[in-house]
Design a protein around this ligand. Structure first.
Ligand code: NAD
Length: 256
């Protein structure tokens, strides 16, 4: 379905970004990977799906790095057809204790990076009259949780940016939508499980159960594979007129 298209997925060396990159590659899209940590494993996993893969190590907190990455993608594959703004970090603390440097980093990586990548991707998408921008927001783009001020503010910002991008592209073949996952068991969430296990004297399994119990009626984690399939839907022809939505995959979190 996506043969000949190029997808750039930020923060795709791990977790949800890697899941989305794999799902798009399974549909035939060439992939530009980005993110820190092990890059060779994800590169090999995607290449094994029979598509072309390139990697750029842009630090998504830096506008100049994002500019270099977008140029690299265009130079390598001709154009970015699908942009998935996924890179993100978390920090948990009360507002009065929140390190200012962590606030700045979360706003830069979780929100401003999506603005920069979007503004740089749009001209070629509009010229080609086809494009997909998928912003990985969060359920925290729709509701708050205590001790996550920067994350919740950034993710609400991403949902707002999604709506404006959708409006500014509404008469074109470019669409922009957000995905709002509840708990997904990635390294980002495992850190919160570990913190809960220590704070409450629980085992890893008990801490996971406790985390789910607080928010998710389904008592199940959403998987990167399920989120990948949602991204594939947004890229399909059936998604041509799906514009500016913030789509939950949250086990009932926000239905309460
Ligand atoms: P993760 O920690 O597994 O992956 C994060 C990715 O972002 C990694 O590839 C990491 O290298 C990359 N990254 C971090 N800082 C970066 C930077 N400065 N520059 C470039 N890349 C950087 O986390 P995840 O859970 O897969 O999170 C992915 C996205 O999904 C984030 O935006 C997160 O907020 C969102 N999300 C996660 C959950 C969840 O429960 N895990 C729920 C809702 C939303």
């Amino acid at each position: 379905m996506l043969q000949g298209k190029t997808a750039l997925v930020t923060g795709s060396t791990s977790g949800i970004g890697l899941g989305i990159a794999k799902a798009l590659a399974q549909q035939g899209a060439n992939i530009v990977l980005n993110g820190f940590g092990d890059t060779q494993g994800p590169h090999a996993e995607i290449a094994a799906l029979g598509v072309k893969v390139a990697y750029h190590g842009a630090d998504m907190s830096k506008a100049s790095d994002i500019e270099a990455m977008m140029k690299f993608a265009a130079d390598t594959f001709g154009r970015v057809d699908i942009l998935v703004n996924n890179a993100g970090i978390q920090h948990v603390a009360k507002i009065e204790d929140f390190p200012v440097e962590r606030w700045d980093a979360i706003i830069a990586i979780n929100l401003s990076s999506a603005f920069h990548a979007t503004r740089l991707a749009l001209p070629a998408m509009k010229a080609n009259n086809w494009g997909r921008i998928i912003n990985v927001a969060s359920i925290h783009g729709l509701v708050g949780s205590a001790e996550k001020s920067a994350y919740v503010a950034a993710k609400h910002g991403v949902v707002g940016l999604t709506k404006v991008t959708a409006l500014e592209t509404a008469t074109t073949g470019v669409t922009c939508n957000a995905i709002c996952p509840g708990w997904v068991l990635t390294p980002l969430v495992q850190k919160q499980v570990d913190a809960k296990a220590v704070a409450m004297g629980l085992s890893n399994e008990e801490a996971k159960k406790q985390l789910l119990q607080e928010k998710e009626p389904s008592m199940q984690f959403t998987t990167p594979e399920e989120l990948g399939e949602l991204a594939v839907f947004f890229c399909s022809a059936a998604g041509n007129n799906v514009r500016g939505v913030a789509w939950n995959m949250d086990g009932g979190w926000t239905a309460q």
